[in-house]
Design a binder for this molecule. Structure first.
Ligand code: NAD
Length: 329
């Protein structure tokens, strides 16, 4: 980082926070981003860099210290006793190597990872009582989300009843496939309505609807990847996914348990090449320490789990986003 005084850092950080808060509000609350993700990410990383160089300028309400996203007061609020966190991210294989070195140092031995696609949607929690779906909620600010149970009942791949009377919670991503997204935008255009900027915003705008009949008309899907309270015999992330699949959840079939970084890099190369041919959007790859007891041991920061990291695709690899469109509010 170029030389900068404490005062300059404080000023720049304050202005970055104001800007990032405004963009985050448009993105999370209105589902209508004002800038593309890589612009947001660059500014966010600059703020992180300043706060790392001058820890005394960190404020408790800085976006780096909390999960982005607010709650629409028109929805019933849902507490998340186990917070729904954000995720750390890296933008190069070099940084992934550093992440792996950090994991090895913290646990004292080489680590196996479950590697998954990073689905471009919004987090969803599903709670079951005696095998019946009783509540679905959004991430919100990580601690309090929005009750979207009525809407989730219209998402075809969410099991309303499990084959076993489990009382449990799973989490995953609610997304809109590319075909459904194109169809929705075409219909909106024909009706003279503004179109959605991308499938992520279309999914968020379609799930966070006070009238569930609107959600019903939109074709939303899910990929479930987290078992919040798995039974004792489940000791790894890849087992959790296999078992959730057996219970009827829609899980992503591409995830793989990999033993070293070379295999992880091959996976990244494979999906960097395949991403445009997938029927749903992805914005990166997620590495998760596979052993659930190690995950427990590693724990979380205020904002992200220490045991997982997202490798985000470089901007030039990102799919073209239609410009000059009216962002949908
Ligand atoms: P994130 O979306 O980058 O990553 C965390 C999320 O990834 C999780 O909450 C989960 O929902 C999702 N996810 C997808 N696949 C997953 C998998 N296989 N396993 C686990 N989780 C998976 O983090 P965030 O805090 O939600 O958002 C930050 C990002 O949002 C930024 O990096 C930026 O790209 C974007 N953003 C953009 C704007 C904008 O104006 N364009 C504004 C705010 C945020």
């Amino acid at each position: 980082m170029a030389k900068i005084t404490l005062d300059e850092a404080k000023k720049e950080a304050a202005s970055l926070r104001t800007q990032l808060d405004e963009w985050a509000d448009a993105y999370y609350s209105k589902d209508a981003p004002e800038v593309e993700d890589n612009v947001y990410d660059q500014n966010y990383n600059r703020l992180l860099e300043l706060e790392k160089a001058f820890p005394e300028i960190v404020t408790p309400d800085s976006i780096t210290q909390r999960v982005g996203g607010e709650i629409d007061s028109d929805f019933t609020k849902v507490n998340h006793p186990i917070p729904m966190l954000s995720m750390g991210d890296v933008f190069s294989k070099e940084e992934l190597k550093k992440f792996d070195q950090r994991m090895q140092k913290l646990v004292g031995h080489p680590v196996e990872y479950n590697v998954e696609l990073k689905i471009d949607g919004l987090s969803l929690s599903l709670e079951y009582q005696d095998g019946k779906l009783v509540r679905a909620s959004t991430r919100g600010n990580g601690y309090v989300g929005e009750d979207v149970t009525a809407n989730a009942r219209y998402i075809a791949d969410i099991p309303q009843v499990l084959p076993e009377p489990l009382t449990t919670e799973v989490r995953g991503e609610c997304y809109m496939g590319k075909e459904a997204f194109a169809k929705l935008n075409q219909e909106r255009e024909e009706e003279g309505l503004s179109v959605f900027a991308n499938p992520r915003n279309a999914a968020a705008g379609s799930l966070r609807q006070l009238d569930p009949k609107v959600t019903k008309k939109r074709q939303l899907s899910t990929f479930i990847y987290t078992w919040v309270n798995p039974p004792r015999e489940i000791t790894s992330q890849h087992q959790a996914i296999e078992r959730m699949h057996e219970l009827g959840f829609h899980t992503n079939e591409t995830g793989r348990k990999l033993a070293n970084l070379d295999e992880v890099f091959n996976f990244i190369d494979e999906y960097t090449a395949k991403r445009n041919s997938l029927t749903y959007g992805i914005d990166g790859i997620v590495l998760k320490v596979d052993d659930l007891s190690l995950e427990q041991q590693l724990g979380n920061t205020v904002k992200v789990p220490r045991w997982e990291i997202a490798y985000k695709f470089p901007p030039e690899e990102q799919e073209t986003i239609v410009r000059d469109i009216v962002w949908t509010v």
